[in-house]
Design a protein around this ligand. Structure first.
Ligand code: S3P
Length: 172
């Protein structure tokens, strides 16, 4: 059971460009709890993500990510995960005891959000085609971990954040 003193921890998952960071920051502010972006933590400790992929490969990145998620969930707060975190079985296991909000987005809406952004998996000629392909590979995993789903394609991030905060308060 959650006591009033414990933070209203929740996890945000979803594909690259779904708005996990911008929605997450707002939800944390609304709930008055910490915001933890696991990508940002990985960068702070291990350096830029493209360099980690280049030098050590994706498997190594997923292991760093799993450990970062574990620590973040222990601390509590709004925990925003990288788009591929759900591909790791150990990370999925860590999410089982927490409310998980799955942010979805249409390819049309994501197109302008994924320009630039230092995402090694979208590097190359046609980032939107890559995004679509990767999303198709992962969508079942997002469905598997999700407690609830919100679409971010058409409405302001602040509105979506308010709805998520209200939903989380009801989960107590
Ligand atoms: C990744 C998504 C990125 C980041 C890394 C790998 C992925 O996070 O973790 O580039 O595999 O989808 P965002 O979803 O925040 O872009």
């Amino acid at each position: 059971m959650t006591s009033a003193a414990e933070p209203l921890t929740l996890v945000l998952v979803g594909p690259m460009g779904a708005g996990k960071t911008s929605v997450g920051r707002r939800v944390a502010r609304l709930l008055g709890i910490a915001f933890i972006d696991t990508d940002k933590r990985i960068v702070q400790t291990h350096g830029p993500i493209p360099a980690i992929f280049d030098e050590h490969g994706e498997t190594h990145f997923r292991a760093l990510e799993r450990e970062t998620v574990r620590v973040a969930l222990e601390e509590g707060g709004v925990v925003s995960l990288g788009g591929g975190a759900v591909t790791d079985a150990g990370t999925r296991e860590l999410l089982r005891r927490h409310p998980v909000v799955y942010l979805t987005v249409t390819p049309e809406a994501v197109a302008e959000r994924i320009i630039g952004g230092g995402r090694p998996l979208l590097a190359g000629e046609d980032p939107l085609a890559r995004w679509t392909e990767i999303f198709a590979q992962r969508r079942d995993l997002y469905d598997e971990v999700a407690t609830v789903t919100f679409d971010t394609s058409r409405r302001p991030m602040q509105r979506i954040a308010e709805e998520i905060a209200a939903w989380r308060r009801e989960q107590r």
